[in-house]
Write a protein that binds this ligand. Structure first.
Ligand code: G3I
Length: 342
């Protein structure tokens, strides 16, 4: 009997020490990002998704995501639906979730031409009026979340692809004056939040990224507080622009940090093994560029699962853009992210 027990004990000890015995833990993207000196790996999320238990199990794990961004609930339509009447309920849900999960929060966004309430988008304003409207919105929004937000997208998508200013209600009423107004208001409201400009199609060197570099130089010269540039990074499989690294460095040389703020890599459906393999490479490339540039502080995916991606709702016939599939299973792209950090 004693002999039998000793044998059993020996077997258990050998098994426990053998590398194959250990239950294999899932790779954790935020843990890996931090091991590689990044501030966070994060994801966008949205209020309706928060009821999905399986989704929440991944979202709430701060070893996987060290940062979250509300995809919709801090936007103007959601926070100031009528002039001067602010509603923060849905934004607060996300901010409280970040706090509970000990995740950083990105504020998205103060001034954007899209998802505006009608009173802004169809209103007619003098310069003085629109600047007052922008100032009140940014100051009230940013102040409400004071101390809770790592970085705010203060201005979002203000340039066209050719580098000219977008002709929206803000530009049409004030020229580019709304930009310093928004940044100054945000700084007053939360002096510790990093203040960003955020846009798509600025990841490679082109007319639009040059326009942002000029804007940053001008703002800095004029004492307007800008701390960062967000590369949204909504890419198409196999079509990453060349020279993302050089372009990132051109921004960091201007004295701003860079973040990849809305990464996804869409494809024309149906998915094929070839497309998924290319998508894996594309995720790896983006991460490896951020990894190689010291001033690139972190990466956020624009939701992590195809179940909740914005892509199919906007681009008919396209999708499968995220690193997790619709059943919340990791895709090759997920492993591309890991490889990109190594
Ligand atoms: O709020 C209505 C709801 O009442 C209605 O029942 C429902 C039916 O379709 O629509 C809801 O509005 C949707 C809204 O998201 C809130 O869920 C809109 O249809 C939908 O178009 C809108 O999409 C958002 C999109 O911005 C708007 O342009 C996406 O969720 C959001 O992920 C996306 O995010 C943007 C970033 O803010 C900026 N960069 C590009 C990125 C992708 O477009």
């Amino acid at each position: 009997m004693v002999h039998l027990l000793a044998t059993l004990l020996a077997l258990v000890t050998v098994a426990a020490c053998s590398p194959t015995f250990k239950p294999k833990s899932k790779p954790e993207l935020n843990t890996i990002a931090k091991q590689h000196r990044k501030l966070y790996f994060g994801t966008a999320t949205d209020n309706p998704e928060l009821n999905d238990t399986a989704y929440r199990a991944i979202l709430d794990d701060n070893r996987m995501f060290g940062q979250i961004t509300p995809a919709n609930s801090m936007k103007w339509f959601a926070t100031e639906p009528s002039p001067g009447e602010f509603t923060f309920h849905d934004g607060d849900v996300i901010a409280n979730l970040a706090k509970k999960n000990r995740q950083l929060l990105r504020g998205h966004n103060c001034v954007w031409h899209n998802q505006l309430p009608d009173w802004v988008s169809t209103g007619t304003f003098t310069e003085k009026e629109i600047l007052a409207v922008v100032e009140r919105h940014c100051e009230t929004l940013v102040r409400h979340y004071r101390g809770q937000v790592y970085a705010w997208d203060v201005i979002n998508e203000v340039f066209n692809d050719d580098g000219t200013f977008r002709q929206d209600v803000f530009f049409n009423s004030s020229g580019s004056k709304f930009i310093p107004t928004a940044f100054h208001a945000a700084r007053r409201a939360d002096p510790h939040a990093k203040l960003y400009a955020n846009d798509f199609n600025i990841e490679g060197p082109n007319a639009k990224s040059a326009a942002y570099q000029n804007l940053i130089k001008t703002l800095k010269k004029e004492g307007v507080p800008i701390d960062g540039i967000g590369f949204q990074s909504h890419f198409i499989v196999g079509e990453l622009p060349p020279n993302i690294k050089e372009n990132m460095e051109a921004f960091t040389k201007l004295g701003v940090e860079v973040a990849v703020t809305e990464l996804d890599v869409r494809m024309t459906l149906p998915e094929t093994p070839e497309l998924l393999a290319q998508q894996r490479k594309d995720y790896e490339t983006v991460i490896s560029v951020c990894q190689a540039v010291k001033g690139c502080i972190g990466v956020t995916v624009w939701d992590f699962t195809d179940k909740f991606s914005w892509v199919p709702g906007t681009f008919a016939g396209q999708g499968a853009a995220c690193p997790w599939d619709e059943n919340l299973k990791e895709k090759p792209g997920f492993f591309g992210i890991i490889d990109g950090f190594n």
